[in-house]
Structure formats: C-alpha cells, structure tokens
Ligand binder design. Structure first.
Ligand SMILES: [Zn+2]
Length: 510
C-alpha cells in the first residue's frame, strides 16, 4: 500500500514512457485492443471524452459557417486514381473490398464466392477528398454556389502495421472538413482560419499548447499545395501533430471537375481545402497531462467532473446516501461553462482506498468523500486531481457548488500553464550542428526516449538536409512556425552551413 501511495501506475513515465502510456489507457479504462489487429475498442470513459471533444469542436465549425454531411465509406478505385500524388500517398495503406458475398463450400466452411467479384474494387476511405470532390462537381455550377463549406464526422481506415492506441490505429474516428471557393485567396483564408480553430480548441479545451506552422514539401498531405499543422510537445518531449489544414489549390478541383461560371462569365476551376483532427487528440491529452498516478483530463472535456464517494457503514448508511443524493442533485443543477456539472456517485461496496484510487486513475477532476461525520457537520471532504492524492479540505456544503465551478476552472487553467511551462523548458534555439546532435542524442543508452525536445534551428530549405537529420537522428522538421518562437537569429543552416532560408522546428515525433 505504501508503494501504491507514491505511484499508482507501473512503470512510471521516467522508467518506460511507452509502456506507461499503455498502462494509463488500461488503468483509466479508456480503450482496449480488439480481436481485429490494429483496431481498438473505445470504452465509455474514452468515448464520452471523444463525444465532448466532438460537441465542442462541432459548435466551433458551425460558428464559422460549416455544415455537416455524410459521404460513403467506400470509394471506387478509379476515384483515388484521379489525383496522381494523392493515390501515391495512400496506395500503400488501403483496405480494398473486392467481393460482396460469402458462400458455404462442400465442407460447410464459409468462403468468398468467386462469382461475386466486384467489377471495380472499392477502397475503404482513408480520407474523402475524391468522393466529396465528385459530389462537389455536381453541386457547384456558378460562383453563387460558393463557398461550399462542409464537414463530415466519420471513421477512416489506413492499414497500419505498427499501431498504438489513439495515436496510430488502422481504423480511427475523425472529422474532415472540405470546402470549395471562388479564389485562391479565399481558399487560403479558409485553410488558415481552420488552423486557428484547431489551435483555439486545443489550447482552450484540451489545455494542450500548440505551435502553428507550415509543413515542408516532404511532409505535405499528398495532393496539397500547402499543409499547415498544429504541433504539441508531449511529456517525453516528442512532437505530436494534433491537426492539419490543407490548401489544395486547384489540384482536386481539376481531378474531380469542380468547375463554376465566374462573375465575369468565364468557366473556372474552384479552389479547395481540407482539414482534419482525430481521436489522436486523445493520445495527446493523455501524454500532455497524465502523471504516475493515472490519467489527468482537462475539465472542459472530462467525461465527468465530480465523483462522490460515500463512506458507508451499517448504522449510518441511509443518512449518508440521502445526503449524497442531495449534493449530487445540487451539483447537477450547477453550470460549468455551457454545460451542467457531470457527477458520478460511486456506492459500490468495495474498500474506500481502492475506490479512491480507481477514480484517481480515471483522472476525474474532483473527488468528494462523504461519511457520517461530514453529514453531521454539514461539510464535504474535497480533493482535486491536480493536487497530492491525500490532500483534502473540508468544504461547507453551502459553498460546495461555487467551489466546484471555481476549482474546475483553476484546474483547466493550471493544466495549460503547466504544459506551456514544460514546453518552454524544452524548446531552444540551436544554430550549431554539434549542439544539435547532442540535443537529440539519448543521455542514457537504456532510455532512448530522453532527448532534448524542440530545436528551433536555421534551415537552408534543401530536402537533403531534412533527409540527413531524419536518417542520423530520427528527427524531422515539424513545421516552419507561424507563431513566434525563440529563434536565436542564426543565419546559416544548422545541418550544412548553407544560407538560411527558413527557421524550422526540429523534433522527434509520433
Ligand atoms: Zn542545409
């Protein structure tokens, strides 16, 4: 028990970060692996978190004029072939449907009916530019039909061999926005606007600070003219790409025939964009905030805000349960932000210590313990997930609702501040190659994950220098930052010493 008091998760972050991550998911009951390799089952605690993310983002999309629609799961193979770069980018990870029927053979075994071969194979969507483009071509005739601002919430499949829950799975949930515009300027404005929506969502709701930036050519979305990204730093100092927004130029409009009659009467191709975020964000939340006692989740997206743990003894059972029911009802009438406080009551007949730790591991922001003595004195024992597990305070019942609302905001703000502080400590300008390689070289051979963080370094713009850092150090250019970062004012490429073209953020990444 004494050991459990110091850390509930084994191994700790410092001992084995990758395994710690898996253990957090298990201990918080967020998801588990499925009988289908590479696919996960998202359990209620994880799925409610996703629903909260979805609801808040959806409101932001709608406030910027977008509407939801739904397009088919299957994409005809010929559609994918229309955009040359696009097909190259996705061909290696496509699930393909070739038949539509099973039959029993002479031994009674279920086999694919060879007679039931599809004339044209169908691809399970890895992303929907091509099928949505096909529909946009029908919907857009005139400049009056533009802009067309559509979003879709769905699942996609990319056949991954090395998978990790939430971060990289063969099937995942996401949203994909697709828009068409009259001019390049409007399409670029949309691309940047949605990048800002992602930044705002990530920081204001997930408490995950991000750097906005532009991807280099080699890291661009296949078929895009420009890809923008938000990059976050995890606690192992690796980068996580948490959302991308693509300016597609006229590439997909030409491939799908999205044409319109302009105000001047000429026929023009539309300019399109696409942008996406996924259940990967949950991986980012886990790795940004959680600790060695379990999951830590920002209150604004938490599956629940408060758990009430009644301390039940035979002689006072009913008295305590009645008091707990009143408190739960009162809290559920309290608002936190734009939604009521979500309260769980855990009356399971198990040891109090185990019950408490179960909820610590699940990351619930506030725990209230209530025993017979609390009922008599009209107080509640109050504990916060962002403080030591055994640190509690007695809050008078009359002040409880206001305290809960205030503390949830404090926790939310505290998580963002802590993550920003962590990033600031591990991001630094580097202009010298030796310092650069040292920064990205493991300090201990048995802990290859411990390295410096984000290097803000001058780059000549050549793909050769990108390849060199990738091959030698497993480091990539995460982005050319749009946000202000400490750049050191260097003027020679950190890799080759050539003339600096850009300042780039280099890091290891997920
Ligand atoms: Zn260079």
């Amino acid at each position: 028990m004494a050991k459990e008091e110091t850390t509930a998760i084994t191994p700790t972050r410092a001992e084995d970060y990758a395994e710690w991550y898996q253990q957090i998911i298990r201990a918080a009951d967020l998801a588990e692996s499925s009988p289908v390799r590479g696919c996960m089952v998202i359990k209620p605690w994880g799925y409610t978190l996703w629903e909260n993310i979805q609801r808040e983002m959806d409101a932001m999309f709608k406030a910027t004029g977008h509407r939801n629609a739904y397009f088919p799961l299957f994409i005809p193979k010929s559609f994918l072939e229309k955009e040359a770069e696009h097909v190259q980018g996705f061909a290696k990870e496509c699930a393909v449907v070739t038949h539509y029927r099973l039959i029993q053979d002479e031994k009674g075994e279920l086999v694919v009916d060879p007679e039931a071969r599809l004339e044209e194979p169908l691809i399970v969507r890895p992303t929907s530019e091509t099928i949505i483009g096909e529909m946009f071509a029908k919907w857009v005739q005139s400049y009056r039909d533009l802009p067309l601002l559509i979003n879709q919430w769905c699942n996609v499949v990319r056949w991954e061999l090395r998978t990790r829950m939430f971060l990289r799975t063969a099937e995942f949930l996401w949203q994909e926005g697709h828009t068409a515009h009259e001019t390049a300027e409007e399409a670029m404005e949309e691309t940047r606007k949605m990048l800002d929506v992602y930044r705002d969502f990530s920081e204001d709701y997930l408490a995950v600070p991000v750097i906005r930036g532009r991807k280099t050519e080699s890291e661009r979305f296949p078929g895009a003219d420009e890809t923008f990204t938000i990059e976050a730093m995890m606690q192992d100092r690796k980068a996580l790409q948490a959302g991308t927004s693509h300016f597609l130029g006229q590439n997909f409009a030409k491939a799908s025939g999205i044409k319109f009659q302009s105000q001047a009467g000429t026929e023009e191709y539309a300019w399109t964009t696409s942008w996406g975020t996924s259940t990967r964000m949950i991986g980012g939340v886990i790795m940004t905030h959680s600790d060695d006692n379990g999951f830590v989740v920002p209150p604004r997206v938490a599956p629940a805000h408060v758990v009430v743990l009644p301390i039940l003894r035979d002689d006072s059972r009913q008295k305590v349960l009645d008091y707990v029911a009143e408190i739960a009802a009162e809290l559920r009438r309290t608002f936190y932000g734009n939604r009521p406080v979500e309260v769980e009551v855990d009356s399971r007949d198990i040891r109090g210590g185990q019950k408490k730790w179960d909820w610590v591991k699940k990351g619930i922001p506030i725990r209230l313990e209530i025993g017979p003595r609390d009922v008599d004195s009209g107080v509640v024992s109050f504990a916060r997930r962002d403080q030591a597990v055994n640190q509690t305070q007695a809050v008078p019942r009359a002040e409880l609702a206001a305290t809960v609302a205030r503390v949830l905001e404090e926790i939310q703000a505290g998580l963002l501040a802590k993550a920003k502080e962590f990033r600031a400590q591990h991001m630094r300008p580097i202009g010298d190659w030796n310092e650069f390689t040292g920064f990205f070289t493991a300090k201990n051979a048995d802990k290859p994950e411990i390295h410096g963080g984000f290097a803000v370094s001058p780059w000549c713009g050549s793909a050769d220098c990108e390849t060199k850092v990738k091959e030698q150090l497993k480091v990539t250019i995460r982005c050319i930052p749009l946000d202000e970062v400490p750049d050191g004012g260097f003027d020679r490429c950190v890799v080759c010493g050539g003339e600096k073209k850009e300042t780039a953020i280099f890091a290891k990444n997920y």
